[in-house]
Design a protein around this ligand. Structure first.
Ligand SMILES: Nc1nc2c(ncn2[C@@H]2O[C@H](COP(=O)(O)OP(=O)(O)OP(=O)(O)O)[C@@H](O)[C@H]2O)c(=O)[nH]1
Ligand SMILES: [Zn+2]
Length: 224
């Protein structure tokens, strides 16, 4: 009889462990108040300080809603309208605070190339390149993010199955390859404006983000 080797299960990422868990009170604009359980980790693959913001006990809630959000200092903190990161972050925190689940805040500024390089890329965009072309012109991958740390953090929190809040098919694809059972993706809102329309079109064209957008850059502004 012919010998057939069993296909090997790909090895998952090394385990990370929980380092600290603290409670952070939050109050939203409408007055709703809740508590986030903020977790730090040991043993994350890239040595960065990534955070989990959990609402309720994500391991207990069956299929928690999870957002894997990459850092964008300009949008998340300063309200830059060049991208949709700030409104997406606020939407995610409000939705997950309501439904229960976890937001992973990954320190992957500029799709993993860092803040200064992202600002260099902005300068190239102002000279006509789109966001992905600007990355490659600087010698980086179009999108340099690797979600291994997200899989490590979810495992440390006891979350193995989830619904993922994203329009980015690469996030769901990478997480599934890393052994995370993503049941389905839940689309975020589309936060289009005159200032970020080119950025959003580039996401839909280069990385197949599922975004319902007006026909082309420069066309009419979508209501938030
Ligand atoms: N290199 C580069 N990065 C950018 C630019 N604009 C925003 N970013 C980064 O893009 C990332 C956006 O990440 P996410 O909010 O996770 O969004 P996403 O991958 O587009 O997918 P969603 O889950 O659908 O929101 C952040 O790290 C931003 O800093 C840009 O022009 N150039
Ligand atoms: Zn941004």
């Amino acid at each position: 009889m012919e010998y057939t080797a069993h296909p090997r299960r790909p090895l998952g990422p090394e385990a990370a462990t929980i380092r600290t868990q603290v409670q952070v009170p939050l109050q939203f604009a409408d007055g709703y108040a809740t508590t986030a359980h903020v977790t730090t980790f040991r043993g994350l693959a890239d040595g960065q300080e990534h955070l989990a913001w959990a609402f309720g006990d994500p391991a207990d809630s069956g299929l928690p809603l999870v957002r894997v959000h990459s850092e964008c200092l300009t949008g998340d903190v300063f309200g830059s309208a060049r991208c949709d990161c700030g409104p997406q972050l606020r939407e995610a925190v409000e939705r997950i605070a309501t439904s229960g689940g976890v937001l992973l805040y990954l320190r992957q500024e500029g799709r993993g190339i860092g803040l200064y390089n992202k600002l260099d890329a902005y300068a190239l965009q102002d000279a006509g390149l789109d966001t992905y072309e600007a990355n490659t012109a600087l010698g980086f991958a179009e999108d340099a993010r690797d979600y291994t740390v997200a899989a490590q953090m979810l495992a440390a929190l006891g979350v193995t199955r989830l619904d993922l809040l994203t329009n980015n098919p690469d996030k769901a694809g990478q997480l599934r390859e890393l052994g995370v059972a993503v049941r389905r993706t839940v689309p975020t809102g589309v936060f289009a404006s005159e200032s970020n329309l080119r950025y959003l079109h580039a996401k839909a064209e280069h990385t197949q983000h599922t975004l319902a957008l007006p026909v082309g850059p420069g066309s009419a502004v979508l209501a938030g």
